[in-house]
Design a protein around this ligand. Sequence first.
Ligand SMILES: NC(=O)c1ccc[n+]([C@@H]2O[C@H](COP(=O)([O-])OP(=O)(O)OC[C@H]3O[C@@H](n4cnc5c(N)ncnc54)[C@H](O)[C@@H]3O)[C@@H](O)[C@H]2O)c1
Length: 262
Amino acid sequence: MSDFNNNAFRLDGKVAIVTGAGGRGNSIGRAYAVALANAGASVVVADLNGEGAQKVADEITGAGGKAVAVQVDITDTASVEAMAAKAKQAFGGVDILVNNAALMVEITDKPLIQTDRARFDKGIAVNVWGAINCSQVIAPFMAERGGGAIVNQVSAGAFPAQTFYGVTKIALLGATTALATELGPQGIRVNAIGPGMTKTDAGLALTPDDSPLVQYVEARTPIQGRDTPDALCGALLLLVSEAGRWMTGQVLNVDGGWVMRN
Ligand SMILES: NC(=O)c1ccc[n+]([C@@H]2O[C@H](COP(=O)([O-])OP(=O)(O)OC[C@H]3O[C@@H](n4cnc5c(N)ncnc54)[C@H](O)[C@@H]3O)[C@@H](O)[C@H]2O)c1
């Protein structure tokens, strides 16, 4: 008999923080927060946009789940420490961190060759340092509970990087393997998800259905050029649950096979 069953995907009693979960109405962070709550976790919905985070937390609690909202700036260590303190106060600790907050639309309107130092610093501060900052602050909370799981949101746009945004995401993949190496001995697994073009409000603003990039991607993607945020949630639950207990330092590309493009 196998000792594996589908309960390995359940997260009852676990506490999860999802950054960037409240900004826009239809976002990947929102879908992640809802999926984690549906799997039994208590969820800290964190975003620079505190009002948006509250809306998502209310949606979860309204459906019978457990959630609180926190306004956070992931680039600011004091703000991240306050987020961790709120998680501990509300739910007793932290087991799961999803580093999903990022700048995307904000840094893709100019090519890398025209990216000045101020924009470079901002993109790296949010997309790379933000995830490292949250990991530094939260890892001790996980270690206190015997371990945990961190998931960094990278992007199909990093394989290969063809924009400054892609550069920030390939850097975040580097941080993923470094942190997996460093935190493994404390029982903390660190993995990444590389979504393809996802139909969020931000994604649709960047690449509307009729944009040439969407047509290019559709033509080169084996099963589906674009999908909704819910298409990413299975990968997330695998990476943060007991079902993924032997996985660390990996990236799961959830993109219909776009990563195989040539
Ligand atoms: N939509 C796509 O096609 C796609 C594809 C691949 C990867 N991604 C990645 O998925 C994630 C979510 O994307 P989305 O489409 O839902 O975008 P989104 O813009 O709705 O989500 C990003 C969130 O990050 C928040 N944020 C920005 N700076 C912050 C800061 N300093 N502190 C805290 N929060 C901050 C924003 O308020 C926003 O809510 C991002 O990491 C993005 O790069 C998106």
